[in-house]
Design a protein around this ligand. Structure first.
Ligand code: KQY
Length: 364
């Protein structure tokens, strides 16, 4: 594997859409006792279910720590590959490489990772093991990797149509804990050079109370060229209403990189999901402080789905809107099976199915 210091776009590489064909998917086995209840007992079941569904139509590679390898191997289906790798937590979307392709070969981008805000408002310290994962995965896959460690970015903060357009949020990419010395124009230029994009659509904020500083992958996602889903509520008394309305206004006035208008499909949110006292009891403190407080609203959204070669794997919350979300996504992805996974135990960690997966585009 070579470590490259050139620019993907100049080399003819760009980020394909998640809905294009995959080689496979990377995941990381959960273990942190302050992220996941009871040493990730329930979370592991949900991760295994997600891996099993995805593995029906593409390769799934799960990274597990030395001490968790046997448990991962035991709990995951036989057709899922388990490799040993150190990590600080389990968010493959954010710590695995963002892959770019030139149509026949694939390379990885190794962004800097600082646990969603470093010493400003990061969620844990240290993050050194996570920051090494992208390069190790490129090595394991035998693909070259771009050294972008000077630029802090997580995969969950960008979505692409694979046709020159990126969507992101100002709340996240302009946050003080990421690249405080760069202007919005400089950040935009870095995204274009790295992802082979021509146009960045900036939404203001992500889902209410999302501890990642509003990752795009929880509020808005491309479902096709010129088509997005947007997390939506009609409840004007919910702080989420103004956030989603602002996204809608921006999207309706935007065109994509090729000048096409964007069709926005509203994906209803579940009713607010709040963590209970007994769920908090299952979480260890971090540096003597609780990571969650009872009643805290979690960043629940159906937009945090993963699109595999054969399925769309969507979080379910035991809410009246679970069925509606499946119905809408089934219409938008008629060639795929939309499968719901009860994901409260993933949500408690602070993200969801999209956040624990990272696609590898198809290559020979
Ligand atoms: O949503 C994500 N991409 C990651 C969430 C991290 C939460 C850490 N507690």
């Amino acid at each position: 594997m070579k470590i490259l210091h050139s620019e993907p776009a100049k080399d003819g590489f760009s980020m394909p859409a998640e809905f294009s064909r995959h080689y496979g998917c990377i995941m990381i086995w959960p273990y942190r006792r302050d992220s996941w209840q009871y040493g990730a007992y329930n979370a592991r079941k949900a991760f295994a279910e997600v891996a099993g569904i995805i593995s029906k139509s593409e390769k799934v590679i799960v990274c597990a720590r030395y001490e968790d390898y046997d448990n991962a191997r035991f709990m995951l289906p036989d057709n899922v590959r388990v490799i040993e790798m150190e990590s600080n937590d389990s968010w493959a979307r954010d710590v695995a490489p963002t892959f770019v392709s030139n149509g026949s070969s694939v390379r990885g981008i190794d962004w800097g990772f600082n646990a969603w805000g470093g010493l400003v408002d990061g969620l844990y310290f240290p993050w050194d093991k996570d920051n090494k994962i992208a390069r190790k995965i490129c090595d394991m896959l035998d693909v070259d990797s771009y050294d972008k460690r000077d630029f802090i970015l997580e995969g969950g903060s960008i979505h692409t149509d694979g046709n020159g357009t990126i969507i992101t949020t100002e709340e996240c990419l302009l946050s003080k804990g990421r690249n405080p010395n760069m202007t919005k124009t400089e950040i935009e230029s870095e995204l274009k050079k790295s992802l082979g994009a021509e146009k960045i659509i900036w939404l203001k904020s992500g889902i209410y109370n999302d501890e990642t500083n509003g990752h795009i992958d929880n509020i808005c996602a491309f479902t096709g060229i010129g088509e997005v889903v947007l997390a939506w509520t009609d409840d004007r008394s919910d702080p989420q209403y103004e956030i989603s309305k602002s996204c809608l206004d921006i999207l309706e006035l935007s065109t994509d990189a090729k000048g096409r208008k964007i069709r926005v499909h509203k994906l209803p949110l579940p009713k607010p999901v709040c963590i209970s006292q007994s769920e908090c009891d299952g979480l260890d403190d971090m540096d003597g402080k609780p990571t969650r407080v009872p009643g805290e609203r979690l960043a629940a959204s159906y937009v945090n789905f993963y699109v595999s070669n054969g399925s769309v794997v969507c979080p379910m919350f035991g809410d009246d809107n679970d069925g509606k979300a499946i119905e809408i996504l089934s219409e938008l992805f008629p060639q795929k099976e939309v499968v719901g996974v009860y994901a409260r135990d993933i949500l408690i960690g602070g993200g969801n199915i999209h956040c624990i997966t990272q696609q590898i585009p198809y290559f020979e």
